[in-house]
Design a protein. Structure first.
Length: 259
């Protein structure tokens, strides 16, 4: 199988672009990238190569305001990104999905599985940034939170652009985030999940994954801690691929498969 490009309109004014290799039957893997990332990173590329070698159908795409997809970042919300991800996943229904989510993408993967709108057979969650927006907002001073509410956006230094460049986040992103709380409210998932988290992650504390593991209900669940691993988890790619294989539905269990 070879990848082909696709695009679809998921919301008014939003065109999502991605790539997929698809046999037309059986399970489908879907990669969900992190905040201010894209679907062409090292982990995404490794997953595509692994899928090709195994004969897996696989898809990846850029969320709105990321990579090749349309939209302005300051207008985005978790709910909007969830619509993007679900719209891509629905292209493959009713075939079972294995969702591999990185950081923000892991949060979206859990929200997708919990919603029941698409048939999720398993989750591989990489350094999941559950509720990271709520945590970030709570870390700000009262004055900065007041400024963000008043202005409607917050300008932040952009580490990926020339010196002095900024990117803007709309306050709607914060207003919406609690609708997708998976930390302080119960979470029941219809499928097994595996979390992979670096012991030295300085972006998302390991304690976030430990707490989620304790309170989330699922047919099977486990946490794999990578000694010395950071938030990017690039050194853990072989383990990520192993966990995808472990969750991949067997042919006799793959709902939606065509003989």
């Amino acid at each position: 199988m070879h990848e082909t490009s696709f695009s679809l309109t998921t919301r008014p004014g939003i065109t999502i672009r991605g790539r997929a290799q698809d046999s037309g039957y059986g399970p489908v893997g879907l990669f969900l990238h992190g905040f201010r990332s894209h679907c062409d990173g090292e982990k995404a590329q490794a997953l595509v190569a692994h899928a090709r070698a195994r004969g897996y159908s696989w898809a990846r795409f850029d969320l709105a305001a990321h990579g090749a997809s349309g939209g302005a970042l300051e207008e985005q919300t978790v709910s909007g990104w969830l619509v993007d991800a679900t719209s891509v996943a629905e292209r493959y229904a009713p075939r079972p999905l294995i969702l591999v989510g990185s950081s923000l993408g892991a949060w979206l993967a859990v929200a997708m599985a919990r919603s029941g709108r698409v048939p999720v057979a398993g989750l591989v969650l990489l350094a999941p940034a559950f509720n990271f927006l709520q945590r970030y907002y709570a870390s700000l001073s009262d004055d900065l939170r007041r400024q963000w509410r008043t202005d409607g956006y917050l300008a932040l230094p952009d580490p990926y652009a020339p010196a002095g460049a900024v990117y803007r986040l709309g306050h709607g992103l914060i207003d919406d985030a609690d609708r997708h709380d998976v930390v302080s409210s119960p979470v029941a998932l219809p499928c097994p999940f595996t979390i992979i988290h670096g012991a030295q992650d300085d972006i998302v504390p390991l304690a976030i994954s430990e707490a989620f593991l304790r309170h989330a209900q699922a047919p099977a669940k486990r946490l794999v801690v990578i000694p010395g691993g950071d938030h990017r988890l690039t050194a853990a790619v072989p383990r990520i691929l192993t966990e995808v294989d472990a969750l991949w539905p067997r042919p006799d269990c793959a709902a939606g498969a065509i003989a």
